[in-house]
Design a protein around this ligand. Structure first.
Ligand SMILES: [Zn+2]
Length: 432
């Protein structure tokens, strides 16, 4: 999930192949003939990549229901000649393109899931360079770029030194809680992955920091009763309201950027009933672990004091009668249940994987911002495995909203950069 619209500057150089900083004493990789041919192929092939993007987007992939779109990738990986094509225990689709050696082994991935529930119309409408549909950019773009990189490697017979494992992951968004990529690193490919790139969304920035998040469902409960007859009972919805009001006033730092959001709320049974229960879901985030801990503690304190206030308020008001007795025996209680936890971390600025990405950017004249976000790369970053998330070109607005749209102007730069980053990391064998 990359929610920010991209902001980037392109700097074109007429002699870009020569202006790229040298990766090594050898000739820059991007200037090699076969790489130039591959880059040209990707540019010419962009209309096909966009058609692929449309096809993928139109296969719905609601949270926890990625299987249908996954089958499309099983077929695509198989048709492309990948080895050991399989769907793992959680639904990730995996295919291996062996190199000469197994170290480095780079996982190149994009996520199958969208944030949209089953039944959402994902039919793509095109006008000019615009493609409009929920999920067209996030992560329709990344998935299409994944297949574009695979296609050019095959068409141009590029043999890599290291191995590239192509993966379409499940569970990147929301309550999916990165379950696909977790499974990949903890079980399916545990100990085998040396580098990780996630192609996610649109734009040309670089995500090298992992924004951690803590997510909770917070449920308030009490006996409930008739709104008139039992007036004076403690009220779970009122307690929830008090909590949300306190949370809405929390102070958080701008840097490191730290955020809170009550994203869903539900409760009660009817307008004339004092509710028996009510809940909200909250998302707390920060690029910094201790700032995340601090906002987490402040949120818990807000909830605790809201419950105390609700109970004390009615204790003062109801001096006698059934409400007081009920309240004394059954005050509002609260349960805070963790529904998501994403680790925090950052790749060092001088890490080889970021140097590889910088060389790819330089070769294409891309001047990219380096940012922190919450993506599949959070898991490897937190494990100390070099990882980065690369948006896959074009520009989008309205991500995670029904009006999501993707502008394909110069979008080939995204697939070109992805290819170059892959080759910079795994190395390219001499042309045969
Ligand atoms: Zn995404």
């Amino acid at each position: 999930m990359i929610s920010r619209s991209s902001r980037f500057v392109l700097i074109w150089s007429a002699f870009f192949a020569h202006s790229a900083p040298a990766a090594s004493p050898d000739r820059p990789l991007a200037s090699r003939e076969e790489v130039q041919a591959a880059l040209a192929f990707l540019k010419n092939d962009e209309p096909r990549t966009l058609e692929e993007q449309v096809r993928i987007c139109e296969i719905p992939a609601p949270p926890f229901e990625e299987a249908k779109r996954g089958r499309y990738f099983v077929e695509a990986f198989t048709a492309a000649g990948l080895q050991e094509v399989r769907v793992d225990a959680v639904g990730n689709v995996i295919g291996v393109r062996p190199g000469r050696v197994t170290s480095p082994t780079l996982v190149l991935s994009a996520h199958l899931d969208t944030v949209f529930p089953a039944g959402t119309d994902t039919t793509v409408k095109r006008s000019g360079t615009l493609l409009k549909a929920p999920g067209i950019a996030d992560d329709g773009r990344g998935l299409a770029a994944l297949l574009a990189v695979l296609r050019v490697l095959n068409v141009k017979s590029l043999a890599t030194d290291g191995t590239v494992v192509f993966v379409a992951t499940v569970g990147e968004e929301g309550l999916g809680d990165l379950r696909g990529v977790r499974h990949l690193f903890e079980k399916e490919l545990a100990g085998k992955i040396t580098h990780f790139i996630s192609l996610d969304g649109s734009g040309l920035r670089v995500v090298s920091g992992a924004v951690g998040s803590n997510r909770y469902q917070v449920t308030f409960r009490a006996p409930g009763g008739h709104s008139y007859g039992m007036f004076g009972l403690v009220n779970p919805i009122h307690a929830l309201g008090r909590a949300v009001e306190k949370i809405a006033r929390l102070e958080v730092p701008d840097d490191p950027k730290t955020t809170f959001n009550v994203g869903r709320i539900e409760g009660g049974t009817s307008v004339n009933s004092i509710a028996q229960s009510a809940w909200f879901e909250i998302d707390l985030r920060s690029a910094d672990a201790s700032a995340l801990e601090a906002v987490d503690a402040a949120f818990r304190a807000a909830v605790t004091s809201a419950v105390e206030e609700e109970n004390a308020f009615w204790d003062r008001r109801t001096r006698s009668g059934p409400a007081r007795m009920t309240n004394r025996a059954n005050p509002v209680t609260v349960e805070i249940k963790a529904v998501g936890r994403r680790p925090t971390g950052r790749v060092a600025d001088d890490a080889p994987i970021l140097q590889a990405v910088r060389r790819a950017n330089a070769a294409l004249g891309i001047e990219a911002r380096f940012e922190a976000s919450s993506t599949d790369a959070n898991v490897p970053i937190s494990l100390g495995i070099p990882a980065v998330t690369l948006p896959a070109g074009g520009e989008s607005t309205g991500n995670h909203a029904l009006q999501e749209q993707f502008d394909s102007k110069d979008s080939h730069l995204g697939t070109q950069r992805a290819l170059l980053a892959v080759l910079e990391i795994v190395g390219l064998q001499a042309a045969r």
